[in-house]
Design a protein around this ligand. Sequence first.
Ligand code: MD3
Ligand code: FE
Length: 202
Amino acid sequence: DPVQFAPGAWLYPGYATQQAADILAAIRACVRQAPLRHFTTPGNKKMSVLSSNCGDFGWVSDTKGYRYQALDPLTHAPWPKIPSLLYEDAVRVAEQAGYPDFVPNACLINVYKPGAKMGLHQDRDESDLTHPVVSYSFGLPARFIWAGQSRTGAKQRLPLNHGDVLVWGGSSRLNYHGIDKLVDGTHPLTQQTRVNLTLRKA
Ligand code: MD3
Ligand code: FE
């Protein structure tokens, strides 16, 4: 059963557990075409997560800034298609959460190894912030941190486990959020890795 933990934001515990192996196999095929890489931030810091994308647009970062682009800067090729199983699942869960018009065209693939983290940030590179972000967590568990519309506000923490799906939209769409440093461990489907997939309309 979904758990609402902010206005417009829903956690579906274990929603994707049954499809996890198939989704992960399809994502492995994507990252063979568009290899995982560490993006550099506009402040010239290397991100600790490994990233790639699938979809018509991919989120990229370098010293010139954050943006969505149709071509992979590493290969200069279009990103692979979003696997249909994942696409259809994301549209269905978004609809259940109250977003019937979600048409994702970008999927960011983030791979966390033990020690990797994501600092508090907002997702605001998308052109229409009325569309939600749908996020899949696979493999090792993580602690999700979120604050309000300000980086300095009270922080809450939420465990994200294998198969969990988050749908985040509405008045919480611009909330600051991040991921605590990943703790070492091993998962039967991903070994020493957490895989996070975020589907968006760019
Ligand atoms: C809350 N990823 O890719 S997913 C990201 O688990 C990102 O790797 C984290 O933040 C991860 O940008 C968190 C959950 C999530 C995604 C988007 C959000 C939460 C959000 C957008 C607004 C508010
Ligand atoms: Fe984010």
